[in-house]
Design a protein. Structure first.
Length: 442
């Protein structure tokens, strides 16, 4: 659970716009005090050797640092305004789910952190400059470092202009979501078909006690929210230590309402306040879904972008086709993966957990049904859907998964007869459908 909580904490920090700028501001404070300490040492020889060190008087140093500080805070405000505009455009055109990807953009966080860090550094150095008649102190090394930070900020500004203009392009956004989906597949489905060990093969559901539904008692949820992650190891340890059989009613990504039946426990007499608290602590709930243990979340992101693209208000089928391409690549990976069994056993071979697991059929339904329903009158989207299914079929070996793909192809083909009037278009769709059937039969 510790690793899951740390992973959740890091995901929250990575999705915030305050963590990286705060860390960089702290580094600027430490750098300022370090440089000022060096300036207070008697090292005139070093200053004379280094010809590029600032050698001006206190008035010049004040002018330089005050100009840099004022310009940096202005540029930081402008950059933040541009980020807000980009977030607004992304939310309206690609959907609010995509905002999380923008919030996780490390480049934007570093840009804001650089401007803020330079501003703080210049303020801290500026306050130490003394130009009175009795004591004159000009932190020459510190001012030089401030100038270097300014040049760095200019480079970061150039990068930000380029990055902001490319990050709101549909191809860039879809590519990022596709990369997140592939990473989630690698993380959640690491075993490829044919590589799993025989002793890990799921056993028959007949091992579930006959009177489970009558004798089991529910564990009620103590909070509401989306299940972002759950600790399988902790649940297994609880089940082993108390000799329980747990049947989960929810999986990561589902919304849990406080007071609902989170899981069923056998024997039900074991349930008490302590056990309820322990099991609820094994779940991390939040206000939104994440891809930490929820591969459907990334699929839904691509589907939402595709649906918005083919809506009458936007009418951009090429963006929808890009989403289908990313989905086809992801499902080709999924077709070669070994989905985990819902039945989990302890080291002694006793059934301990019956999980609510995701299946290939469920994922294809979530991906293809909405696009088929909203894009049935779009010839280009319909053809690309069938081409994607044919490609996935060539990688699929499981009979049940191939049957699910055939069902989707049949629904797409039937819908085209009702929504598409042009005979030539229907013939093109029929050719793609026959290609799917051929790929499934081969």
């Amino acid at each position: 659970m510790k690793n899951i909580k740390l992973s959740k904490l890091w995901d929250s920090l990575h999705s915030s716009y305050w963590f990286v700028p705060t860390m960089m501001a702290g580094f600027a404070i430490a750098l300022a005090f370090t440089m000022l300490t060096l300036d207070q040492e008697e090292i005139p020889g070093l200053i004379k050797k280094l010809g590029w060190i600032y050698t001006g008087g206190p008035d010049g140093a004040r002018t330089v640092l005050s100009s840099v500080a004022s310009s940096m805070i202005t540029v930081a405000g402008t950059a933040f305004s541009i980020v807000l505009v980009a977030l607004s455009l992304a939310s309206s055109q690609f959907g609010p789910r995509i905002l999380r990807n923008f919030m996780q953009d490390t480049g934007n966080q570093i840009v804001l952190g650089t401007f803020i860090a330079t501003f703080i550094y210049c303020l801290l150095v500026l306050r130490t400059i003394r130009g009175g008649e009795q004591t004159i102190f000009v932190p020459q090394i510190s001012v030089t470092v401030g100038i270097v930070l300014t040049m760095t900020s200019i480079g970061v500004l150039i990068y930000f202009i380029h990055h902001a203009s490319t990050s709101i392009q549909s191809a860039h956004i879809i590519g990022d979501v596709g990369r997140d989906l592939n990473n989630a597949i690698e993380r959640l489905f690491p075993e490829k078909i044919g590589r799993s060990f025989p002793e890990l093969t799921p056993r028959f559901a007949g091992e579930i006690p006959v009177g489970f539904d009558k004798e089991a008692a529910p564990i009620l949820a103590t909070h509401s929210g989306y299940i972002q992650a759950m600790d399988d190891e902790k649940l297994m340890n609880i089940a082993k230590s108390k000799d329980l059989l747990l049947r989960l009613n929810y999986r990561p990504g589902k919304y849990v309402v406080k007071g609902c039946e989170l899981m069923m426990v056998l024997p039900g007499q074991q349930i008490n306040e302590k056990l309820t608290k322990q099991i609820n602590n094994a779940f991390i709930l939040g206000r939104e879904r994440t891809d930490q243990q929820d591969v459907e979340f990334c699929i839904n992101q691509l589907v939402e972008v595709a649906l918005r693209a083919i809506s009458p208000g936007i009418n951009d089928p090429f963006t929808a086709i890009r989403c289908i391409d990313q989905l086809s690549a992801a499902f080709c990976r999924l077709a070669e993966r070994d989905f985990p069994s819902p039945y989990r056993y302890d080291d002694a071979g006793n059934l301990r957990i019956i999980a609510e697991s995701v299946t290939f059929t469920t994922l294809t339904d979530n991906a293809f049904n909405p696009i088929r329903q909203y894009g049935r009158s779009d010839v280009g989207v319909t053809i690309r859907l069938l081409e994607a299914i044919a490609l996935i079929a060539s990688r699929t070996r499981n009979k049940k998964d191939r049957k699910a793909l055939l069902r989707h192809a049949q629904m797409i083909e039937r819908g085209s007869h009702k929504e598409i009037s042009e005979e030539c278009d229907r013939q093109d769709i029929e050719e793609r459908y026959l290609a799917v059937v051929k790929a499934l039969e081969s």
